[in-house]
Design a protein around this ligand. Structure first.
Ligand SMILES: O=P(O)(O)OC[C@H]1O[C@H](OP(=O)(O)OP(=O)(O)O)[C@H](O)[C@@H]1O
Ligand SMILES: O=c1cc[nH]c(=O)[nH]1
Ligand SMILES: [Mg+2]
Length: 211
């Protein structure tokens, strides 16, 4: 089974509390989502492999560490996942970015894929799939299905969200037991409309000022 971790660093908790407030507007919401995403990038990249490299400092020659292994791609689930990309790339600037467009039918809560554009070498990369909300889990499951269909292995996929419902975590773990899941908060439950309680509302609408 992949790892499941709640990234509850005090800065992450504080910033997430700020954006749960419904009075927070688009500008502050977007900026804070990016700040949280950068802090999460630090944590989700913690086990990236290193190799020895020789460096000549102004004083001497020394053996130090540098990143080795797979190159990274960040894969936001559109739309709301876009809000996490700048924060992630602020720490991993050489990452490529792939896009999976997905909307959730408001009645059935079933996800529908409408766009996929990925780097050509996606199957060789370490992937960070990002979406602020893991509710029923349907969108994340279908996005990871889309990646596996294109040759990506679950061991190279980490899913990162801001708020997860227990129902979504369970569904994602059952569908993709090989994928690590990171969230800034594990909330209480889903309401009858499929929204996370207490949650932060519709992340896409809050990020982009729609509705
Ligand atoms: O776990 P699930 O039950 O699938 O729900 C979560 C999905 O719902 C939201 O997207 P939405 O469909 O609102 O699209 P948007 O990002 O364009 O607003 C959210 O960003 C996730 O992608
Ligand atoms: O609470 C929720 C559930 C799904 N999508 C959102 O944006 N928010
Ligand atoms: Mg939405």
């Amino acid at each position: 089974m992949g790892k499941f971790a709640v990234l509850d660093h005090p800065l992450i908790q504080h910033k997430l509390t700020l954006i749960r407030d419904k009075k927070v507007g688009t500008k502050a919401f977007r900026e804070t989502v990016n700040e949280i995403s950068a802090l999460m990038a630090y944590e989700v990249s913690r086990d990236m492999p290193l190799e020895d490299v020789e460096v000549e400092t102004p004083i001497t020659t020394t053996t130090q560490k540098q990143l080795s292994g797979k190159k990274v791609a960040i894969v936001p689930i559109l739309r709301a996942g876009l809000g996490m990309v700048d924060g992630m790339t602020s720490l991993i600037p050489a990452a490529k970015v792939g896009f999976i467009g997905m909307y959730r039918d408001e009645e059935t809560l079933k996800p529908h894929e409408y766009f996929v554009k990925l780097p050509g070498d996606i199957a060789e990369r370490q992937l960070f799939v990002v979406d602020p909300m893991l509710a029923t889990g349907g969108s994340a499951i279908m996005a990871i299905d889309a990646l596996k269909k294109r040759g990506c292995s679950g061991e190279n996929i980490k899913f990162a969200c801001l708020v997860a419902a227990p129902e979504g975590v369970k569904a994602l773990q059952e569908a993709h037991p090989d994928v690590d899941i990171f969230t800034a908060a594990l909330d209480d439950h889903l309401n009858e409309n499929g929204y996370i309680v207490p949650g932060l509302g519709d992340a896409g609408d809050r990020l982009f000022g729609t509705k």
